[in-house]
Ligand binder design. Sequence first.
Ligand code: 5GP
Ligand code: MG
Length: 245
Amino acid sequence: MMPLQRGGEVSKARAKIGKVLFTREDIEARLDELAEEIEQHYGNRELTIVALLKGSLFFTVDLVRRLSLPVRVDVLEVSSYFDSTSSSGGIVLSNYLVRDVRDRHVLVLDDIVDTGVTLARTLELIRREKPKSLAACAFLNKKRRRRVDAPVDFYGFEVKARDFVVGYGLDYAQRYRNLPYLAVLEKQPTARGTSRRRAARKKPSRRPRASKKKGRSSPKRSSARAKARRGAARRKGSTGSRRRK
Ligand code: 5GP
Ligand code: MG
């Protein structure tokens, strides 16, 4: 067995778990309802689920097990967030394995629909494969953050636009997916904020330290010298300020 190694820590992941929005029980109860809604819609037709990894992993497993209609499951790895809390605007598709969807009823499962870019792009790609029907189901919906039109036919819960949520499959810098509940992520230190704080910790105090050394520039000696200079200037009738003009 490979030894466990420390390291690989992401400094950004220092953020804390805040308010719990939905407990494990809330999620389970809502999934029961969602499965019923889906069954009512599709009747006993065979359904091809396309789960968008990795966020919808937990949601997919729990939802699919509640469905009693015939189900095929496929996955598609999509990412748009690159370890931050704001959308990158584009999506990256890896494992584009969805080929066998022609003439099938396809239901895309996503973790959260935010700007809608990821879902809209994914639906567009799947639509090219000519499914019989195409719909989307998201665990979470951030309706007020929508930038593009992305139809969400079913969803579990709505979350506030200002909240960045983690848990139950949703991550922050690949962490917190394993939380059995959904919570708000607190304190979102930006890279700038973090380095500034680190710099402040390292910075030496700006207050000059009192010198203990006694040397040629000791205050006593220099004031004696200045006094002598002022006396000489007075004798010559000068104010000593000419140089400053
Ligand atoms: P969209 O393309 O709709 O802007 O973004 C969708 C993706 O952004 C989601 O699949 C998810 O990975 C990520 N995302 C959006 N909002 C949140 C959030 O509040 N928490 C987490 N963990 N991911 C989010
Ligand atoms: Mg994500």
